[in-house]
Design a protein around this ligand. Structure first.
Ligand code: SF4
Ligand code: SF4
Length: 377
């Protein structure tokens, strides 16, 4: 039985719906800097500058799927630092627009060190409708505060300002407040997205500093659940630190060099782990899968601010047999499809279900519609 605590407000649910329609495309792991906490292990030493698959073909597929309501409506170009390869960013964002898709990007803002140059760059990238800026205490050691201020100002002027993603930690109130003041000055004070810094060791495994350790994982759903295509073509179900788990694991939803985007989305929508994290978060997911697998996950402590540490340990410990058992459980898959319908209004998920799960889903369909009415009033 899937039980989820539903005490999360409608606005946050809406955010999950939007995130669910994003497709992350990592253009390269090359970055102008090397932040020690980088979850994609990007750095200036990476020599591969382009994805190892046909991105234009991928964009065509995305546009086709988007019309059917299954695929993404916004492509988010990430890295590494996507602004290091302006030609590529320009070409793919224009192509996305030509096919009727929105395009966005996430950057560390380095290109705004000079206002005039930054303005020229943004005019070349006019097909990007939203640009998010990542900054925090660590980034600011490499990218000066003035550059971030320039980037925010240029993005507000050009109408491309997305949000500032600021990973907060102890003793960084000064920088955080200053960023809030700049946003307020531009009348976009709501465009700050505080997140939590995930510390990684030299092997890319998350670690929890002593002062953040807690007895249980944070409650609430994960908002970073969206398919993300790595430069190699491997596709992950989240843009968090699971990218550092090598090889194939339960959150890998395919490889774009070997599968169509439709097949990837199908795996994404039918993956019970992904959907459990999306509707309930890692705390709920562990409860559900512990009952199902009769397995006791031995995670000695958790990070009180970020669910990712627990999530990483959970998938790292999972055997491929356990993963297969869950992923072939059609009743569970159907129940998650129902929950997605109720919580996010995602009706198309039912058509993607395998035949046996579809039968279960249709049985619950009327009930779910009633639940949806009750839920949304
Ligand atoms: S700026 Fe972002 S992509 Fe580049 S190293 Fe830092 S965290 Fe990684
Ligand atoms: S909680 Fe898990 S699924 Fe969500 S971003 Fe973190 S690692 Fe990824």
């Amino acid at each position: 039985m899937v039980e989820i605590h539903n005490d999360i407000d409608i606005e946050l649910r809406q955010l999950q719906v939007e995130k669910g329609r994003q497709l992350g495309i990592m253009l390269s792991r090359r970055c102008n800097i090397a932040c020690p906490q980088c979850i994609s292990r990007s750095s200036p030493h990476i020599t591969i500058k382009e994805p190892q698959y046909d991105v234009s073909g991928l964009i065509r597929q995305a546009a086709h799927l988007s019309k059917d309501g299954v695929g993404p409506n916004i492509l988010s170009f990430t890295g590494g630092e996507p602004f290091l390869n302006l030609k590529l960013l320009e070409r793919y964002s224009a192509l996305a627009n030509d096919y009727g898709l929105l395009a966005g990007a996430i950057t560390n803002g380095f290109w705004a060190s000079d206002l005039k140059r930054g303005k020229n760059i943004l005019s070349r990238l006019h097909c990007l409708c939203r640009i998010d800026v990542s900054t925090d205490f660590r980034h600011l050691q490499f990218i000066p505060f003035q550059t971030i201020e320039n980037a925010i100002s240029l993005l507000c002027d050009s109408g491309q300002m997305g949000e500032v993603r600021f990973a907060r930690q102890i003793n960084d109130e000064g920088a955080y407040n200053e960023i809030c003041e700049i946003l307020e000055k531009h009348d976009v004070s709501d465009r700050i997205h505080p997140s939590s810094l995930i510390y990684l060791d030299s092997k890319g495994c998350p670690v929890v500093p002593q002062y953040r350790r807690a007895d249980r994982a944070p409650l609430g759903p994960c908002f970073a659940i969206t398919p993300v295509i790595e430069p190699s073509g491997r596709v992950l179900g989240c843009c968090g630190c699971l990218g550092n788990l090598a090889g194939s694991h339960a959150m890998v939803v395919g490889d774009i060099t070997q599968a169509t985007l439709f097949e990837i989305y199908r795996s994404f929508h039918l993956n019970p782990f992904i959907q459990a994290l999306r509707v309930g978060g890692i705390y709920e997911a562990i409860n559900i899968f512990t009952t199902l697998l009769v397995h006791n996950w031995c995670i000695p402590w958790h990070d009180r601010e970020s669910p990712c540490f627990t999530c990483f340990q959970f998938f790292k410990c999972m055997s491929s047999e356990d993963a297969k058992l869950v992923m072939s459980n059609s009743t569970l898959i159907a129940r998650f499809a129902m929950l997605r319908f109720v919580l996010f209004g995602e009706e198309q998920g039912i058509d993607l279900l395998p035949t046996d799960a579809r039968a279960v889903a249709h049985l619950c369909f009327e009930t779910s519609q009633h639940m949806k009415q009750l839920w949304l009033g």
